[in-house]
Ligand binder design. Structure first.
Ligand code: NAD
Length: 256
């Protein structure tokens, strides 16, 4: 496999989609650095994967803080001498229309979902340029393309990432590849959190949603991990400045 021995950072790599990516990339032989703000579960996941013979480290990181992201890149280079790929996956969700938000919530969502990717790119690009090669994969969302009711801030943050994918690919052409994974409805702790306050148990809500998705099931984190591994590898060498949609056909549905 082309990912063997590659050094790959997964932000938000200790839960949901990121956890599946950390596990899958490690199984493919990559040297994985899990970067998240969940110290306990991140360290436990890294230890579990190391016990299975994989090369995995956890580095506590707050992706919204530039110094923390810079320290993550420094630590990864100390550990492995290079950085072949970064999966910018950490994210948070907030519900509401524009009239519902205050500046604190706006800052939180934009800082974690968008500013984090600026800092990550800013501090990993010099390393990748020195190597002459690198790949950044960014988790966006179908929310970038449709106006989910009462999700204005989350939708805007994910649309910003779709745009950033194009800018990065153009500005650092020749040695950087940038691609997005654009998930639909994926069975993770974040999805469970979105169900709080509904009048039905989570499993019933999931079944209702699954019936409407053309593949008739929710996505699983491993569905995204397979695409992330592909995009990070040399087999995806001609995919740049764009995203792969993994939504079971949701965006293909007619709007009525
Ligand atoms: N679950 C879905 O249906 C879905 C759909 C589309 C896109 N996404 C996106 O996928 C990504 C992963 O989401 P998930 O569903 O696995 O959710 P999750 O809540 O299980 O995981 C989110 C991860 O981000 C990390 N994180 C949050 N704030 C951070 C910070 N400040 N610094 C470092 N790490 C931080 C958390 O520690 C966690 O590991 C997110 O970007 C989310 O927006 C999810």
């Amino acid at each position: 496999m082309s990912l063997r021995e590659k050094v790959i950072i997964v932000t938000g790599g200790s839960s949901g989609i990121g956890e599946a990516c950390s596990r899958h990339l490690a199984q493919l032989g990559a040297r994985v650095v899990i970067a998240s703000n969940q110290r306990e579960s991140g360290e436990a996941l890294a230890a579990d994967l190391r016990a299975g013979g994989r090369n995995v480290q956890f580095v506590y990181t707050d992706v919204a803080q530039e110094e923390s992201v810079q320290a993550l890149m420094r630590r990864t280079v100390e550990l492995h001498g290079r950085i072949d790929g970064v999966h910018c996956n950490a994210g948070v969700w907030a519900q509401g229309k524009v009239t519902d938000f205050n500046e604190a919530v706006w800052n939180k969502v934009m800082n974690v979902n968008v500013k984090s990717v600026f800092w990550t790119a800013k501090h990993v690009l010099p390393v990748m340029e020195r190597q002459g090669k690198g790949v950044i994969v960014i988790t966006t969302s179908v929310a970038a393309f449709v106006g989910f009711p009462a999700h204005a801030l989350y939708c805007a943050s994910k649309a910003a990432l779709e745009s950033l994918i194009r800018s990065l690919a153009v500005d650092h052409a020749g040695w950087l590849r940038v691609a997005g994974v654009c998930p639909g409805t994926i069975d993770t702790p974040m999805l469970a959190a979105t169900c709080a306050g509904w009048d039905k148990p989570v499993q019933e809500l999931y079944a209702d949603v699954a019936r409407r998705i053309p593949v008739r099931r929710l996505g699983q984190p491993i569905d995204i991990a397979h695409a992330v591994a592909f995009l990070l590898g040399d087999e995806a060498g001609y995919i740049n400045g764009t995203s792969i949609v993994l939504d079971g056909g949701t965006l293909a549905l007619p709007p009525w």
